[in-house]
Design a protein around this ligand. Structure first.
Ligand code: BGC
Length: 368
């Protein structure tokens, strides 16, 4: 009963994120490059990738509402699941042609937008990279994201802690590693963070990657597609975990892939007698009940409302001719250090889920 109550609260929390917002202006260091300002009613373009996780769907809605509330005209576009890169390039070009004053981009492929953001810049638009960095161009003005490396560190630590708790008698643990899509600039950063924690334990023999696949090229999941993760997990299990070989845990970079990996493990009967520890990210509604019942061990709370609110705060500063607040110089996109505003991610397991999701931010904070 208690379990049910907590689950309900957690799901309600996630669902409410869709309707709410929050301002989170924190420590500030200023950066140069403020635009000359622009008027209420100006167009703000938002180019988002295909909908590979719930957070992208939510972001689109929140941008529509938040930009309108801030007094501007929102032009929100998603790249379709096919031809994504060229479609997103065309969308950015069209936003530029229509005179958008700011273009917010959740890049499908952060390495392929150089000429479009350069054209946007020449036309006088400011470019904000949202969640995913845009690489190898001087024409990205700001980056706003959750601390991606920290996300990976939290996932790596959760995998270790979870296996220790679930397999108290084990001295060593059998694991497999998954990473995100290689066209997403975040994927190597998540993996780097996780390997910072896991590599020393692989080196000292505490962890054994039974398949031997530890290179990001081997662990990548093209397009962040669930089916690709499930197929790879099926193959890994068939080749390496026959008979009594136990699988203790899997590093999964997000919830969509975690659920696919769980399906594969279940089909192979490797969830018995003890469910392996599977990590995740995004606090997706379908994963919260799995976390409350221990089927998925952890996720990461990266409240989309806060990220969108921070981006809208930047847009409002740019409109007022002010330099937006930033708090990190950690992100070099290959050509320059991009002034960045990082928000802190939070690890969620069933122990802190109710607490983590309880503070649903207010709509007023997003829009005032
Ligand atoms: C985001 C993750 C998301 C993944 C797949 C990443 O860039 O940061 O939150 O799970 O894309 O959509």
């Amino acid at each position: 009963m208690r379990k049910f109550a907590i689950t309900t609260v957690a799901i309600a929390g996630v669902a409410l994120m869709a309707l709410s917002g929050c301002s989170s202006r924190g420590t500030t260091t200023s950066s140069s490059g403020a635009a000359a300002g622009f008027k209420a009613g100006s167009t703000i373009g938002v180019a988002l990738p295909d909908k590979t996780s719930e957070n992208w769907v939510l972001a689109g809605k929140l941008f529509e509402e938040g930009i309108a509330k801030a007094g501007f005209k929102a032009d929100v576009q998603y790249a379709p699941a096919t031809n994504t890169v060229s479609e997103q390039q065309n969308q950015i070009t069209s936003m530029t042609t229509k005179g958008a004053k700011v273009i917010v981009i959740g890049a499908k492929d952060g390495s392929q937008l150089g000429s479009q953001v350069s054209a946007a810049h020449s036309a006088g638009a400011s470019v904000i990279a949202y969640d995913r960095l845009i690489l190898n161009t001087k024409d990205v003005d700001y980056y706003v994201a959750y601390d991606n490396e920290k996300v990976g560190e939290l996932q790596g630590q959760a995998l270790l802690d979870g296996m220790k708790a679930r397999f108290p008698d084990a001295k060593t643990y059998n694991i497999e590693l998954f990473s995100g899509s290689s066209d997403d600039a975040n994927a190597p950063v998540f993996f780097k963070g996780a390997m910072k924690i896991l590599q020393p334990k692989i080196d000292d023999g505490t962890l054994k990657v039974v398949s031997g696949q530890t290179d990001i090229k081997q662990t990548a999941t093209a397009g962040w597609l669930a089916q690709n993760a499930q197929t790879r997990m099926d193959t890994l299990l068939a080749a390496n975990y026959t008979g009594s070989t136990v699988l203790n845990g899997v590093l999964s970079p997000n919830d969509t892939l975690a659920r696919a990996i769980i399906t594969s493990i279940h089909a192979a009967g490797k969830d018995k007698p003890v469910q392996p520890v599977i990590t995740g990210q995004d606090s997706e509604a379908a994963s919260i009940p799995l976390i409350m019942t221990g089927v998925q061990y952890s996720t990461i709370n990266k409240d989309t409302t806060k990220l969108v609110a921070q981006t809208i705060a930047m847009i409002k500063d740019l409109a007022a001719g002010k330099t937006p607040s930033t708090n990190s110089t950690d992100y070099n996109n290959g050509v320059k250090v991009v002034p960045t505003y990082l928000l802190p991610p939070e690890l969620v397991t069933k122990d802190n889920a109710a607490e983590s999701y309880k503070n649903t931010p207010s709509l007023e904070a997003l829009t005032k």
